[in-house]
Design a protein around this ligand. Sequence first.
Ligand code: FE2
Ligand code: FE2
Length: 316
Amino acid sequence: MSPNYSLEANFQNRIDNEEKIEPRDWMPDAYRKTLVRQISQHAHSEIVGMLPEGNWISRAPSLRRKLALLAKIQDEAGHGLYLYSAAETLGTSRSEMIDLLHAGKAKYSSIFNYPALSWADMGTIGWLVDGAAIVNQVALTRTSFGPYSRAMVRICKEESFHQRQGFDILYTMSQGTEAQKEMVQDAVNRWWWPSLMMFGPTDKDSPNSAQSVKWKIKRLSNDELRQKFIDMTVPQAAVLGVTLPDPNIKFNEKTGHYDFGEINWEEFYQVIAGNGPCNKERLAARIKAHEAGQWVRDAATAYAEKQQQKKSISVA
Ligand SMILES: [Fe+2]
Ligand SMILES: [Fe+2]
């Protein structure tokens, strides 16, 4: 029997009773490590995810569209910050997490390694990518770690605006000219499969999932989340009049879900390994922004030190 037996048993009991685990509570090392990895990966995805859309702010077709897109991208920066803060409560600093990202040792969502080629991509990212993110994040509002679950509640409210603004772009274009309709179809063709990959490998190829489910870090498996997303999205595609690029999508009366075709996992693993169309560009953009912000961090540190000195002089 391990010396931590009663601590571990008590921890699992609390989880089984749906209690939230807070930063100062005892937790197994592996629980802490899994969470730091997952939350920081999530934070990096929010921040890197600003890049494909940031490209289109100056090319938005109207002031209204520009304002909405800008607000959406700013929300993503906020999501990154809540999540870095949630991960920091587990004892890893934000700068450590960012260094790992920049060194290529930490991952972010594979989806952001695809290019955004037309204005219809802004609609499609909002509709499909934020749509997939919502499915994942709604489940995470019930995750067992308190700070992560609370960050998710606020993030989900903002994500539903993101999905709506994307859908609205596509709906408007789908009522437009033939060329606009073609742009929508082309964007959906390119983003559909990568958005299904956002949920990660199938359950049989996801060996860490079972432990995460037991700890209630994950509340639903990758395949369950993916199915939920497909079931939600197929009827929306019909409203837009687009064809999803999968001839095998079909409602299954027996299961009550949509069946779908085989995902190209080779492509997923290539992108995860850093060989996606935009991996290098995304990382280079993040590193450049971080280096360009060095003077801001230096100035903030110098200011904080000055304030501290003033305080100690007045105390003396
Ligand atoms: Fe987000
Ligand atoms: Fe979003």
